[in-house]
Design a protein around this ligand. Structure first.
Ligand code: ADP
Length: 163
């Protein structure tokens, strides 16, 4: 049984993430999408909201589950019987950052990192750009699922009502 993890912030999940998770799901018996619970870096969405949107977005893949983690990713891998970390590369700048982390994770634990090249259709896409566009009521329908669009609308409506 080969288990892989797709870790990230997913604030919120985009079609770029879903593409990578779906491709990983074809390569491994089980894939866990793991949301980093970073108390020092609060996102737009809570971890619970991110998990909910991820479950909705990856529900069609039969072998994908979602989870949260804090602390070291390699500890999460050890505790969950995972031997591969799947990350994606959109650009050379992604590579510079990812290489160092992948080497450190291997050094710490022997867990391998496998890189998948981003689908060119989504290589310009990031959660931060989605947030930026949605905040200004722009059209994100080709970037995130209808459910995430709805959650973004609600979130920014809540925020403007609270101001
Ligand atoms: P992190 O802050 O850990 O990079 P992200 O949620 O931004 O978290 O990304 C999680 C994973 O998804 C990373 O491997 C990232 O490269 C990948 N990813 C993000 N956006 C895209 C995209 N548009 N296409 C393909 N992969 C993506």
């Amino acid at each position: 049984m080969r288990r892989a993890v797709c870790p990230g912030s997913f604030d919120p999940v985009t079609y770029g993430h879903i593409d990578i998770v779906g491709r990983a799901a074809k390569q491994y018996d089980e894939v866990v999408v793991a949301v980093l619970n970073n108390i020092s870096k609060r996102g737009l969405f809570s971890v619970e909201e991110k998990l909910d949107m991820l479950s909705e977005g990856t529900g069609d893949f039969g072998n994908v589950s979602v989870a949260e983690f804090d602390g070291l990713l390699v500890d999460f891998c050890r505790d969950n019987g995972i031997d591969t970390i799947v990350r994606s590369l959109r650009s050379v700048s992604d590579f510079d950052y990812e290489l160092q982390i992948a080497q450190m994770n291997y050094r710490l634990s022997g867990v391998e990192t496998v890189f998948m090249t981003a689908n060119p259709q989504y290589s310009f896409l990031s959660s931060s750009l989605v947030r930026e566009i949605a905040q200004h009521s722009g059209d994100v329908s080709s970037l995130v699922t209808p459910y995430v669009q709805k959650r973004l609308r609600e979130k920014y409506a809540e925020r403007s009502a609270g101001q």
